[in-house]
Design a protein around this ligand. Structure first.
Ligand code: FEO
Length: 404
């Protein structure tokens, strides 16, 4: 699993223990923290891994390194899932020179107290390892302001940081000719198909806000003839590069397919009944949908499907003359991700004064979404007469058939 090529070795780890990535996002299939050695006359280590995997990580490095030493530690990204072990690397190889850009330097000092023996690189600058060079390109806000990527031209290899990464630990080989999503009983022989939903969930949860900067990075990197992508999470992409790059391009342009993401929250079941009625009506009309209960499920999955489908329908009762908080929180996250180009409808119950549907519509309009319904606010118990989901499903189906 470790030898990607004669020069490039995988020394990363699978994390099958963490329950919530960033304290928020579930990891049913785990996650990998990828790190790589580039071995030439000099040896460069690209990024590190989470602190709790120090023993396994050091074993991986020493197995590949033998009696050689690490000359450079390239820091593409300072989020602690990749930078936690900088201090340990410096302690283990005291002469190791850190390679970082100017925005990274204060973060290294802030997290590790290290401010010596740092080689500061600029856009397009190269570092010779002997027969090969590493070249650095800045990729700000993919995912943090200091992020950069590292290009190994001799192997047409891009060390891309979080870009093109995915949730899901890697089973089998690290390269996508034979890697599989860990613990997924539906695993196929197609690594891209296998990881696609987890890639979209990763993108929408973690990087979703940064569509514009991802687009800028994609444009910059399009000049490179990339034959291998070594990201910080998930498989090393070789076989599926066109699909993976096209998918990131699509996600970062907020392009969606026909279908509906229904996200609802319900206190006593009336808004829930309306949501299920809508699902049944969509089903009858052959409209694809995904439904998420925001009270019982992690919002991570609702964001995943928000990035898949062109129509968003949100259900929430009125609570304290406002939007019921689980639905408000979801909508806050939709806005925070700067999601564009969505059609929108809202529904929800109230007991003595309805406010949620009006407020949901206002949020959606602020995001620039197109309202396909004035929304359905109904008093007390749900009934089809008070909340006509057949009519809403007709509208959605008609919208989706436009241009077909
Ligand atoms: Fe995997 Fe932004 O760190």
């Amino acid at each position: 699993m470790s030898r990607i090529s004669e020069r490039i070795r995988y020394v990363g780890v699978n994390d099958l223990k963490k329950v919530l990535f960033e304290g928020m996002w579930p990891l049913p299939f785990g996650v990998s923290y990828n790190s790589y050695l580039v071995m030439d006359e000099k040896v460069a280590l690209i990024d590190t891994v989470e602190a709790e995997f120090a023993d396994e990580y050091m074993d991986n490095i020493r197995k590949e390194l033998g009696d050689r030493k690490i000359d450079y530690l390239v820091i593409n990204h300072m989020e602690p899932d990749h930078s936690s072990l900088i201090s340990l690397i410096r302690k283990s190889w005291p002469d190791v020179r850190l390679v970082a850009n100017a925005k990274t330097v204060p973060m290294i000092k802030g997290y590790h107290g290290i401010d010596t023996n740092i080689h500061v690189v600029k856009e397009g600058e190269s570092l010779s390892l002997g027969k090969t060079d590493l070249t650095f390109y800045m990729a700000p806000m993919v995912h943090w302001p200091e992020t950069m990527v590292t290009w190994l031209a001799e192997e047409n290899t891009l060390f891309s940081g979080d870009a093109f990464g995915t949730f899901g630990a890697v089973d089998g080989n690290i390269t996508d000719y034979s890697s599989r999503l860990y613990g997924n009983s539906d695993s196929s022989d197609d690594a891209f198909a296998d990881f696609r939903d987890e890639m979209r969930r990763y993108y929408s949860n973690i990087v979703g806000k940064y569509g514009q900067t991802v687009q800028a990075a994609l444009k910059k990197l399009s000049a490179l003839e990339i034959k291998r992508i070594c990201s910080t999470h998930g498989p090393v992409w070789e076989k599926h590069i066109p699909e993976v790059v096209a998918y990131y391009d699509k996600l970062s342009r907020y392009e969606a397919e026909k279908g509906v993401c229904i996200a609802y929250a319900s206190m006593y079941g009336n808004t829930s009944r309306a949501a299920h009625a809508l699902a049944a009506e969509l089903e009858k009309r052959g409209v694809k949908y995904a439904m998420h209960n925001l009270c019982t499920g992690n919002v991570s999955y609702a964001y995943r499907d928000l990035f898949q489908y062109e129509t968003l329908v949100v259900g929430a009762p009125t609570y304290n003359n406002d939007i019921f908080p689980p639905a408000y929180n979801f909508m806050y996250g939709v806005g925070a991700r700067l999601v564009k180009n969505r059609k929108f409808a809202a529904f929800g119950s109230y007991t003595w004064a309805g406010a949620s549907v009006k407020l949901l519509n206002e949020m959606a309009q602020k995001f620039g979404f197109e309202l396909i319904s004035e929304g359905m606010s109904f008093a007390q118990a749900y009934s089809p007469e008070k909340c006509d989901m057949a009519a809403l499903a007709d509208k959605i189906a008609a919208e989706q058939n436009k241009g077909c």
